[in-house]
Design a protein around this ligand. Sequence first.
Ligand code: NAD
Length: 357
Amino acid sequence: MKKNILIVPGDGIGQEVTAVGKRVLDTIADKFGHQFSYDEALIGHVAIEATGNPLPDESLAKMKQSDAVLFGAVGHPKYDNDPSAKVRPEQGLLKMRKELGLYANLRPIKLFDELLGASSIKPEILSGADILFFRELTGDIYFGEKGRENNGDTAYDMAKYSRFEVERIARKAFEAARTRRKKLCSVDKANVLETSRLWREVVQAVAKDYPDVEVEHQFVDATAMLLIKDPRRFDVVVTANLFGDILTDEASQIAGSMGMLASASIGDGTGVYEPIHGSAHDITGKGIANPLASILSAALLLDIAFNMKPESETVIRAVDKVLKSGYRTRDIADAQTEPGKILGTAAMGDEVVKHLN
Ligand code: NAD
């Protein structure tokens, strides 16, 4: 199969980990007889430095023309420490999501057995947890009207959802639940927020089309607690943009490290496949970033964008074998890890490539 993949490394460790993700895609193409062609585009701080724009038109056009995007991360300490900066790397990310219509962010949270010890949660609570999050991505408080009044001493951000926005992500989540354990948890704050009351109303209406899926509604505060207390109770979770942002970072601890978690942002056109972690400037350039989230993002890309299930499973199996062989990057190493088996970014990539069989 012929496919065009756009590599968008972005900032910080994004550059280091997407290089490894691309290597894995290349190896898969060779092994399965596909022709993958690649192009690259700028986003984030590197794009601001080069063009003054966090998402140049050329990058957006390339994204729209590609079959899938393998994305790194955006962000730079310069902006984190200057909230007043008018042009910011994250604007590129938000614009990309909006322009590509990426309304659903899928985050599978599944712990590889070998990493049970790497999580801060007790193994007996964690073992067997397997959650698929659907975070809404183009609405909510992130995109509503925002501003200052009262001479700048009062600030506001408006949260807004429309029925169609909730319905389309709810349907995606119900469809996914059908292929899994047939349980869906919709998370909101319907006791307080009007947007959440609409959210719940729409999910209840959509649920009528999926009588085979067991539905529960949880408040976001209770969900934050239940994720740690009993993560195995969840199968598919669907929630709004802000709640999803926070809950999926919390849930990343179930997988042991931010460096292990992949995500897919999908809509009606090109999808974007990316680790959930950021640009991690504290470790940038040191060659120690964990590339497994980017590799697992490549696996999601193969599965969701190209419908290449065996290829995707080959990648996940290779990651599993490498972990079973005792190899770790520093973020997922523990007291039992042999010092010789702690690998840097490129060496971890080499091991995964070796095990792609
Ligand atoms: P971060 O995810 O970059 O890092 C959090 C911690 O996890 C750091 O200690 C980092 O070293 C570690 N970490 C993250 N990924 C790792 C990996 N692959 N291997 C090993 N360790 C890893 O989050 P942050 O520090 O809050 O943010 C840094 C920058 O990234 C900020 O500018 C932020 O805005 C941006 N950010 C971007 C995205 C994105 O592009 N999707 C997401 C989150 C944060």
